[in-house]
Design a protein around this ligand. Structure first.
Ligand code: BGC
Length: 752
C-alpha cells in the first residue's frame, strides 16, 4: 500500500529523486549548466568548428577551453587499424592490432544478451586503449535481403532479437566509458545505390520492424550517439530527415546526445542544420563556413548552433578524454577480449544438418581431408569499412590441425579458386565494378582432381564452402546467393569419392544450398568468426563442446522465395544511380563543380519499395507458407532437449511462461528456447507468428532447469497509424514455445 512520507528526510529524498535524471538519456544532461557556461565563452567559429570533421576520424573540441577532440573508430566487430589523418590508408602503427570479434550475424547466432554485453565490454575496452571516444557501431539494421552486402555486419532479420543484442552491446561498450554511435539510422538495408536510394516504407513497418533495434539501445541503453544512414527514407536523406531525427529520435525517444553523418552522407547546410544533424563527417562544405554565412544572413540562428554544440558536449563531458601520453601505449588486442571473442565464436556455430552421425568426428578418425579455400581464408579485413588488423586470426585449418594433434593426419587442398573478382575504386569502367560478376564460373579441373584424390584417401572429408569478403561487402549487394567458384561441382565430386562428408559454410549471410544439401550429410554454418574462429570450430567438430548457435536469419530455398524478391521490390530497375559511384567518376575525371552538379541533377532517382511490409524474413515464409531450406531460429545440438509442460499467465505488465527444460544427452549443452506469438481473432493484420522472447539456457548432462520467459506487454503492441501511437490489439493468441521457428513444441492460448 502507498505510504506518504511523514518526515523531512523522506521529503528531501523524494525531491532529490524527482530532480535527478530519470532515464539513461536524461543522465546525459547532468552537466548542462556547466556546458552552457562553456558555450558562452566560445566564439561562433569555435562552435561551428565542432560541427564537422577535423580529420577522417575525429571532430574538433576547443583546445583553448580544455575541450578535447572526439576520436572515432570503426566498428562494429573490432577496433579498426589507425589510418592517416586524411583518409583510410593505414598509418603503419605497431600497437594498433586489435581483437577480431565474430561479425554481426555470428554474434546474433548466439542469441545471448550476456555475450552481446561481454562483446561490448571487449570493444569498449580496446577502444579506450586506442584513445577512442566513440565506436562507430553497433550496426543493427534489419537483414531484409539475403544478398545484402552488409548482412554479415548486421545482426538479424528479426527486430526483437536485433533489439536485445543491440541494447546489450551498447551497454557493454558504454559501461567501459566509451560511447557507441549506433548505425545506420535508418532503413539502410541494401548497398545497391545506398548513397541515393529512397527507402519507401509505411509507418507501421518502420516502427515495428526497422526502428526497433535503435529504439531499445537509445531508450534503455542510453546510446550516446547515432549515425544517420546514407539513404533516404520516404523522400528525405537520413542526415536531414525531420521525421527520423527530430520527431522520433529526439522527440519521442528523448535522445539527448548527438548525430554524426555517415562518411560523405551530409547533403546540405539548411537541411542538416534544421532537421537534426550535429556533425558532418567528413568535410566541412556544408556544416563549416556556410553555417557562419547563413547566420550572417539570418537564415540560421546562433541559438541553433549552441543547441547542437550542447548535444555534442554532453557526450564529451560523459566520456573522459584519454590523454595522448596514455593512449596507444600497449597493444590494442587484450587477452580478456580474445577470450570473449572465443566464447562468442563457440556459441555462434550452427549445426544445420547432421545425418548418420558424421558429427562429432569419431575417435576412429585418423585421416582428415580438409578441402576448400575458405579453410585458410582470413576474414578480419576486406569488405571495405568494417575490418580489423587482427593481432592474430586462427583459420579453420589451423584450428583443426591444432586440435587433431600428432595422432591424426590432416591434409589440405584448395578445391576451388579463390573468388577475388571485384575491384573497388574509380568507376570509370564499364561494367560497373561495384557489381559482383562472374561468380558462377565452373570448377577448376586441376584443383578438383587434387581434392578428390585427398578425399578418397581420408576417413572423413571436411569441405569448406561459402563466400568471402570480395562477395559479401559494404558498397554492393551480392548478385545472387549462389555458392561461387564451382563449389557445387566440387562438393558433389567429394561426396561421390567419400560419403563421410561434412560441409562447413564460411560466410556472413545465407547461401543457396539446393545442390549441396542432398549430398552433404552434415552441414555447419561457421560464420566469419573472429580471432579464435578456427579454435571454436575445431571444438565443435571434434565434440569438445556441443554446437548451440541458432540461425538469426532464414536460409531461403532459393533467392526468389524471399520477400523483397518475391514482391518484385528488389532489385530496383533504376540503374546507375549510386551517388558514390558517380562521385568516384567525378573525381577520376576531375569534373568542375558545375559539371558535378549537372551530373547529380541528372542522376536517376532509385527507390526501394518496402511493400512486403512487416513480412520480413520468416514472417514472410510462415505467412505465405513457403518452405525455406533452413528456418529462422534453427540449429541442432549433439544432445536432445526435453520441453516440460508450459504454464502461461497474463499480468498487467507482462505475459509470463515457465516450463522445465531437460538436457537428455550425455554432455553439457546450451539450448536457445524461443517463444513466438500467433494472433487468433485479431482486429489488425499480423504475420502468422512473431518472436517475442528467447533465452539461452546452459544445462549439464542430464540436468533439468525451470525456465521463465517474459514478454513485456509493450512488446505486444502495434503501431496504430490512425492514432499515430502504440496500441494493444485485444485478441486471443497462441503462445508457441519451441526450439526454432519451425520446431514448435508447445502451444498455450491466452487473451491479450
Ligand atoms: C560506412 C560506416 C563507417 C564509415 C567510416 C562508411 O562507409 O557506411 O559504417 O562507419 O564509413 O568508416
Amino acid at each position: 500500500m502507498f505510504k506518504p512520507f511523514t518526515c523531512l528526510a523522506g521529503i528531501a529524498l523524494l525531491l532529490a529523486a524527482c530532480a535527478g535524471p530519470k532515464t539513461p538519456q536524461d543522465r546525459l544532461t547532468v552537466n548542462d549548466k556547466a556546458i552552457d557556461k562553456v558555450i558562452a565563452q566560445m566564439t561562433l567559429e569555435e562552435k561551428v568548428n565542432m560541427l564537422h570533421s577535423k580529420t577522417n576520424m575525429s571532430s574538433a573540441g576547443v583546445e583553448r577551453l580544455g575541450i578535447a577532440d572526439m576520436h572515432y573508430a570503426d566498428g562494429p566487430f573490432g577496433i579498426r587499424e589507425e589510418g592517416v589523418p586524411n583518409g583510410f590508408t593505414p598509418a603503419g602503427w605497431k600497437l594498433d592490432s586489435a581483437t577480431f570479434f565474430p561479425t554481426g550475424s555470428a554474434l546474433a547466432a548466439t542469441w545471448s544478451e550476456e555475450l552481446a554485453y561481454k562483446y561490448g565490454t571487449g570493444m569498449g575496452t580496446e577502444a579506450r586503449l586506442r584513445g577512442k571516444d566513440v565506436i562507430l557501431g553497433p550496426a543493427v539494421n534489419i537483414q531484409r535481403l539475403p544478398v545484402g552486402g552488409r548482412t554479415y555486419e548486421y545482426l538479424s532479420e528479426d527486430p526483437i532479437l536485433s533489439a536485445a543484442l543491440s541494447l546489450y552491446y551498447t551497454k557493454g561498450v558504454q559501461d567501459q566509458g566509451t560511447a557507441v554511435c549506433i548505425k545506420h539510422f535508418a532503413v539502410n538495408n541494401q548497398e545497391t545505390n545506398r548513397g541515393s536510394v529512397d527507402a519507401q516504407v509505411d509507418e507501421r513497418t518502420l516502427r515495428e520492424i526497422y526502428l526497433k533495434p535503435f529504439e531499445r539501445a537509445i531508450i534503455e541503453g542510453g546510446a550516446m550517439s547515432v549515425m544517420p544512414a546514407y539513404n533516404k527514407v520516404n523522400g528525405d536523406y537520413c542526415s536531414e530527415n525531420e521525421h527520423l531525427l527530430n520527431e522520433i529520435l529526439r522527440g519521442e525517444w528523448g535522445f539527448k546526445g548527438y548525430t554524426v553523418s555517415d562518411w560523405g552522407g551530409t547533403h546540405s547546410t539548411m537541411g542538416a542544420m534544421l532537421h537534426g544533424l550535429n556533425v558532418q563527417m567528413t568535410g566541412s562544405n556544408y556544416l563549416g563556413q556556410p553555417v557562419i554565412d547563413s547566420i550572417a544572413t539570418g537564415a540560421l540562428t546562433e541559438n541553433l548552433v549552441d543547441e547542437k554544440v550542447r548535444q555534442i558536449l554532453r557526450v564529451r563531458y560523459a566520456i573522459e578524454a584519454i590523454p595522448d601520453d596514455v593512449a596507444n601505449t600497449q597493444m590494442t588486442s587484450q587477452p580478456e577480449s580474445q577470450q570473449i571473442a572465443k566464447e562468442v565464436a563457440e556459441k555462434s556455430i550452427v549445426l544445420l544438418k547432421n545425418e548418420g552421425g558424421v558429427l562429432p568426428l569419431k575417435s576412429s578418425v585418423k585421416k582428415i581431408a580438409v578441402i576448400g579455400q575458405n579453410a585458410v581464408l582470413k576474414t578480419q579485413s576486406g569488405g571495405m569499412g568494417a575490418g580489423v588488423k587482427a593481432l592474430y586470426e586462427i583459420t579453420p585449418l589451423q584450428g583443426i590441425q591444432k586440435r587433431a594433434g600428432a595422432g591424426i593426419e590432416v591434409s589440405y587442398a584448395p578445391g576451388y579458386k579463390n573468388f577475388a573478382g571485384r575491384r573497388w575504386g574509380p568507376a570509370s569502367a564499364t561494367p560497373n565494378p561495384l557489381v559482383a560478376s562472374a561468380i558462377n564460373e565452373p570448377a577448376d579441373k586441376a584443383l578438383l582432381d587434387e581434392a578428390v584424390k585427398l578425399a578418397r584417401e581420408a576417413d572423413v572429408v571436411i569441405f569448406f564452402g561459402g563466400t568471402n569478403k570480395n562477395i559479401e561487402t559494404e558498397g554492393s549487394d551480392r548478385a545472387n546467393i549462389d555458392l561461387p567458384t564451382g563449389q557445387n561441382e566440387v562438393v558433389k565430386a567429394l561426396a561421390a569419392a567419400n560419403p563421410n562428408l561434412v560441409t562447413v559454410l564460411i560466410s556472413g549471410g545465407p547461401t543457396d544450398l539446393r545442390e549441396l544439401e542432398p549430398v552433404s550429410p552434415a552441414i555447419v554454418q561457421g560464420w566469419w568468426n573472429g580471432t579464435e574462429g578456427g579454435t571454436a570450430l575445431a571444438e565443435v567438430l571434434f565434440g569438445d563442446i556441443a554446437p548451440s548457435g541458432k540461425l538469426p536469419f532464414t536460409f531461403p530455398m532459393k533467392l526468389e522465395d524471399s520477400p523483397a524478391f518475391a514482391m518484385g521490390n528488389f532489385p530496383d530497375k533504376t540503374q546507375g544511380g549510386d551517388l558514390f559511384t558517380l562521385m568516384y567518376r567525378a573525381d577520376a575525371t576531375q569534373m568542375t563543380r558545375e559539371e558535378r552538379q549537372r551530373m547529380l541533377d541528372a542522376m536517376p532517382k532509385p527507390t526501394s519499395k518496402y511493400t512486403e511490409g512487416q513480412l520480413v524474413g520468416y514472417r514472410w515464409f510462415d505467412t505465405k507458407n513457403v518452405k525455406p531450406m533452413y528456418a529462422f531460429g534453427h540449429g541442432l545440438s549433439y544432445v536432445t532437449f526435453g520441453y516440460g509442460q508450459m504454464s502461461a499467465s497474463v499480468g498487467k505488465k507482462a505475459v509470463k511462461v515457465s516450463f522445465d527444460l531437460t538436457n537428455e544427452g550425455g554432455m553439457d549443452a546450451d539450448e536457445v528456447v524461443q517463444l513466438y506469438i500467433q494472433r487468433l481473432d485479431s482486429k489488425v493484420e499480423w504475420p502468422l507468428k512473431e518472436l517475442k522472447a528467447f533465452s539461452r539456457v546452459n544445462l549439464k548432462a542430464g540436468e533439468t532447469k525451470t525456465v521463465t520467459l517474459e514478454i513485456p506487454m509493450d512488446d505486444l503492441r502495434y503501431w496504430n497509424v490512425e492514432k499515430n501511437g502504440w496500441d494493444l490489439d485485444h485478441c486471443r493468441a497462441n503462445l508457441l514455445l519451441g526450439a526454432a521457428s519451425d520446431d514448435i513444441r508447445q502451444k498455450a492460448e491466452i487473451n491479450i
